[in-house]
Design a protein around this ligand. Structure first.
Ligand code: UDP
Ligand code: MG
Length: 220
């Protein structure tokens, strides 16, 4: 009888009645990776201004969670961020999944996501696969590539005003080490699947964004 009732509803109403999480379109995801200070956040903001993407920064979501009053993981997140270590994926994936669900529940046309700063290691990748495989499509990886020196210079410059607890020389060295040891292999893995779009991120914001445009105009 319930099934008959649902069938009797129009398509949209039936979808609403049946709403669990991702109702209509499967989320289409672009992972945005690159070293600390490579310009991921800056370029994502530019993309959002010009294309219909929602920007989710894993780091920002973690920082928000850290500052939530009754967060159980606030202290752990704080320590991991200062140490440039990668937070256990159970925490990150839940924040990401919830942010995607909330976005699509508010507006089901918002199914395109830039997921910035994730997946950063094997643990992240496994967590993503366990929770999101089949539920979201990873279209490709936008890889902002620049030298370690550029990363260091930019983060120290940003540190003068960012207020971030990890934009200092000590944390930065650890973040860079984590990036080289843990994140680069993930980028290589996607590369073997032909899924990486590499951009020379050492240039100006406008120059880099011109390349981003070329890629997005082609790939949608
Ligand atoms: N972080 C994490 N898991 C993630 C994303 C970020 O543990 O999926 C932590 C990690 O400690 C990292 C810090 O958050 O060093 C800052 O990440 P963010 O992406 O904000 O730094 P960015 O790469 O933009 O400089
Ligand atoms: Mg960032």
């Amino acid at each position: 009888m319930v099934a008959g009732f649902l069938r009797a509803l129009s398509g949209t109403a039936a979808r609403r009645a049946n709403r669990v999480s991702f109702v209509s379109m499967k989320p289409q995801v672009v992972f945005v990776l690159g070293g600390p200070g490579a310009g991921k956040g800056t370029q994502c903001a530019r993309i959002v201004e010009n294309y219909s993407y929602t920007h989710l920064s894993a780091g920002d979501l973690l920082r928000q969670e850290r500052s939530r009053k009754d967060s159980e993981s606030g202290q752990l997140i704080d320590t991991y961020i200062k140490e440039g270590k990668i937070v256990p994926v159970e925490i990150t994936i839940n924040l990401l999944r919830k942010a995607m669900e909330d976005t699509m529940q508010k507006d089901e046309d918002k199914f395109r996501f830039l997921i910035d700063g994730f997946p950063r290691n094997q643990d992240n990748l496994q967590g993503w696969t366990a929770v999101m495989e089949g539920k979201a499509d990873v279209r490709f990886v936008l890889f902002f590539d620049c030298s370690n020196q550029v990363c260091i210079d930019r983060c120290l410059e940003r540190g003068k005003s960012s207020g971030r607890s990890d934009d200092n020389r000590e944390s930065l060295e650890k973040r860079l080490r984590t990036y080289l040891q843990s994140t680069r292999p993930i980028i290589e893995l996607y590369g073997e699947q032909g899924k990486v779009r590499t951009i020379d991120a050492s240039r100006t914001v406008d120059e880099v964004f011109a390349d981003v445009r070329t890629i997005l105009d082609k790939e949608g």
